[in-house]
Design a protein around this ligand. Structure first.
Ligand code: 9MR
Ligand code: 9MR
Ligand code: ZN
Length: 474
């Protein structure tokens, strides 16, 4: 199938809105414009496979092109993923997996974590594209004709296309990493062999969702590329339909991040994005069935392990016809009730944090809740939603029990020792700028300590929440 006319219509309307927004030039810079710019550029500074550099607060940050040998295939067809090293050599073939972003403070690349990241960034673009376009990101010209924000996402989707198996089945490798983590060295010095691991159904579903979104959002700027993304989404989606079992990732030889997760939420998200891109009624029926099966329609405490919200919000905000009106009303009601509960909790919290729990990466979730709240604001506008979102930004930038920002180079007394290999290895005192650290596991146990990766690492999924949050304040 070719990308239909219908998707042109959606995109056309989006472009119109965007156009009129840009006419009303605003003279006053939004409060967090600089924070938004720096947090978004942090993705560029995470790029793998090309040199990156930045001048920030008097420092020059730089690394050379890295991981140009990505990656090796020995594990791709091995369901038992403990390999005799001799066997590993015998089966190994190189196949291009260069590019994309490093995942975090480590240099691995993980499809599942790319999912929530790319999904959240496309949401930011969809919801705030006109405001984002007013802020110069000054990125290198790697995607001529694209708006800058999309240029950055394309650096990742170019890489993701290489995570799909070259055999045309539509299966997608779960990750591309070394067997063990690299020490604290610069990325271009990390020459340990990196492997694609065997496919998982969650990674395949997230890939289908990301590629379906790519087809929509890139189409106005690059039709052939949008078609390529659509074809990829379609291959993976059809593979999933033919293979309904939840195929989990198995770590085997690997000690790098697992991102092991069950797949129903990923499949729901894939169905939502495929429906939104194609308008296909059979896909809609499948999606609605999946939404009906959700225990809670909206999750207000979510991260890479549950991306159902992304599908539910796409469903709720769609301009397409044909949804079951009863289910749609129920979904919208759930979205508003969830946002209201976040607003109420933030109002009770001394620092305006809308989130209750503390755990590995909770700062990312705290930021990501801006999506829950803003989607409700799109459905049923309420000034309390905007206030709460601003309060979360203030919380992360220093209005908290530590009186310190959780974002490097920004806000009040920011972190100096994130668990980030570049920052630890480059000989510059100040860490690479614009990165959100994970946060404490209780209200008071966060420490600004490089060794403490479960409290002070940085990661693309958390960062995408921050970018969305800051975009929402523009
Ligand atoms: O640096 C690694 C970090 O990126 C991961 O999030 C973390 C958990 O998987 O592991 C870190 O690596 C540590 C490894 O697991 C154990 N040896 C010490 C490593 C930290 O330098
Ligand atoms: O963000 C992940 C967190 O939810 C998990 O509890 C943790 C342990 O599995 O892993 C975190 O993700 C890390 C990943 O495994 C490796 N790269 C760094 C990520 C952030 O710490
Ligand atoms: Zn790299």
């Amino acid at each position: 199938m070719k990308l239909g006319k219908s998707i042109g219509i959606i995109i056309g309307a989006g472009a119109l809105i965007l156009g009129s927004g840009m006419l009303s030039s605003c003279s006053q810079k939004p409060e967090y414009a600089n924070e938004f710019r720096t947090a978004t550029r942090a993705f560029y500074l995470w790029r793998c496979g090309m040199p990156v550099e930045d001048n920030y607060n008097g420092n020059h940050y730089y690394h050379d092109a890295c991981h140009l040998d990505d990656g090796y295939s020995a594990y791709m067809d091995m369901d038992s993923v403990k390999l005799d090293p001799r066997l590993r050599e015998a089966y190994d073939m190189g196949h291009d997996g260069t590019g994309g972003w490093h995942d975090a403070g480590d240099y691995g690349k993980y499809t599942v974590n790319a999912g929530i990241t790319v999904g959240s960034l496309f949401y930011a673009w969809d919801h705030f594209g006109d405001k984002i376009n007013k802020i110069a990101l000054d990125l290198p010209e790697t995607a001529p004709g694209y708006p800058e924000f999309l240029k950055e996402i394309k650096w990742e989707t170019d890489f993701l296309l290489k995570m799909e198996y070259p055999d045309g089945t539509g299966r997608v490798a779960h990750k591309l990493t070394r067997v063990a983590f690299a020490p604290f060295i610069m990325p271009e010095e990390d020459d340990g062999k990196r492997y694609y691991t065997v496919w998982s159904s969650a990674a395949t579903a997230d890939y289908a969702a990301m590629m379906a979104m790519s087809a929509r959002y890139f189409a106005p700027y690059d039709k052939p590329y949008a078609q390529k993304c659509y074809d990829a989404a379609n291959r993976s989606y059809n593979f999933l339909l033919a293979h309904p079992e939840d195929k989990r990732h198995i770590q085997g030889d690997f000690e790098t991040g697992a991102y092991g997760t069950s797949d129903p939420d990923d499949r729901l998200w894939a169905a939502a994005e495929m429906w939104e891109t194609t308008g296909n009624d059979r896909i809609l029926k499948n999606l609605e069935e999946r939404i009906r099966n959700e225990r809670d329609i909206v999750d207000n405490d979510w991260d890479w392990g549950n991306v159902a919200n992304l599908g539910v919000y796409t469903y709720a905000l769609s301009q397409r016809e044909g949804r079951d009106p009863e289910l749609l009303a129920k979904v919208k009601e759930a979205i508003i009730a969830d946002a209201d509960s976040l607003v109420a909790r933030a109002a009770r919290d001394e620092y305006g944090r809308a989130m209750q729990r503390f755990y590995w990466g909770c700062n990312g979730t705290a930021a990501r809740q801006a999506i829950n709240i803003h989607v409700a604001d799109m459905i049923s506008p309420n000034p309390a939603y905007k206030e709460t979102i601003k309060g979360i930004a203030k919380y992360l930038l220093g209005n908290n029990v530590y009186g310190r920002s959780f974002v490097t180079g920004l806000g009040v007394n920011p972190p100096m020792h994130p668990h980030d290999r570049r920052s630890g290895a480059d000989g510059i005192d100040d860490p690479w700028p614009g990165y959100l650290v994970g946060g404490g596991h209780s209200a008071t146990d966060w420490v600004d300590d490089q060794e403490d990766y479960s409290r002070n690492e940085i990661a693309i999924n958390w960062q995408a929440g921050l970018v969305y949050l800051l975009a929402a304040t523009l």
